[in-house]
Design a protein around this ligand. Sequence first.
Ligand SMILES: [Zn+2]
Length: 340
Amino acid sequence: MSVDEKSIEERQFELDAELRRREMVLKEIDSSRTGLTTAQASVAGAVLALLSGIAGAAVTAWSTQTVEADKSVNALQIKKTEVEGNLALEASKQTAAEKLERKKFETSLILEAIKTPSRADAIRNLKFFVAAGFVADDEGRIKGLSDESLPSIGPPSVFGSTSSSDRDPLHLHPELRNKIAVLLQNLKAEGLQFEIGDGFRSPTVQLAFFAEGRLDDGPRITNAKPWSGMHNFGLAADLVQIKDGKPYWGPDVSGYKRMHALAKELGLKLQEAPFADMPHVELDNVSISDLRAGKYPAGGDISWAKHLAWTIQNWTKVVSAIQAWGPDLPNAPTPPSASN
Ligand SMILES: [Zn+2]
C-alpha cells in the first residue's frame, strides 16, 4: 500500500506515534542541560534509526556505546511494529510545528556530533547523521565539509566580539535558533530570502552603540546599556531581507511584513514599526530582570550557554580590571594635528 492510499486516520495515527517518539527523545536530550552524553546520543541515534526503518547496520555503526543503546533498542523494537512507513511521512507536507521539532532534533544531534575533540571524528559523525537521514542536508553543505570548515565552539576574546554584527547562530539560544531556521526555510519556500544580520551582541558592542549620540553629536541609536537588551543574551536576532544579493531595507516592506506574519506563527515576538526595528525578532515571555538574575529560558544548549557564560565572565574581568587599574591608567596623550 502506498502512502497515498493510506487513510487519513492511518496517517494521523502514524504522525501521532512519531511525534510521541520525538518527544521522548527530546525529553532525554532536555534532561541534560549541558547537552547529550555519548550514551544518550547513541540512544537518540538508535531511536531515530528505528523511526527511519534503517535500524540494523546503522545503529551498530553509530556508536561503540552499545550497552545503553541496546537496552533502549530492545524496548523500542516492540514499539517499532506499531509504526511502519514513517519515512514517507518525512516527505509529506509538514506543519511549522513539526518542522520545528525536526529542527530541534537536528540541532541536538549536530551539536553532539561536533563535541568530540577530534575534528575528523566530528565530521564523520556529522556525515553519518546525514547519510542515515537524521539530519537534512539539502544543499550538501555537510557532505562537502572539510576539516578546516568545521565550526568549533571556542571562547570569545576577552573584550567580547568587537564586530558589530555577530551572525553566528550557535551564539543564539536553541529555541530562537531553531525557530529562525524554520522561519528562514518557510520564507525561502515563498521566494523570500532573509538572513541573520545581527544576532548575539557583546556587551562591548552594546556599550559602543550606547555611546553613539552621547559621547558625540550624532543621533542616538539605542537606549539600552550593556546587559539590558535581548541581543546581549543571545535571545534576539535581526533578520535582514536579501534582494539581488544585498541587504534590502525598503521602501517595499512587504517582505518584512510577510516575515513578521510567519515569525508570529512560530511564537516569536516582534518589534513592530517604526521601520528601523522591522528586522528584529526575539523570544517571547522573557524579562530582562529575570535574565540578569540568572533565570534563563529552558532548553539552553552547550553552545549558547558556554558562549554567554564566557562573555559574562569576560565582562566581569574587564570591568573590574578597568576599575582596579583606574589610578594607574595614563592620562590621554596630546593629539596630533595634520600639517596641512
Ligand atoms: Zn534587534
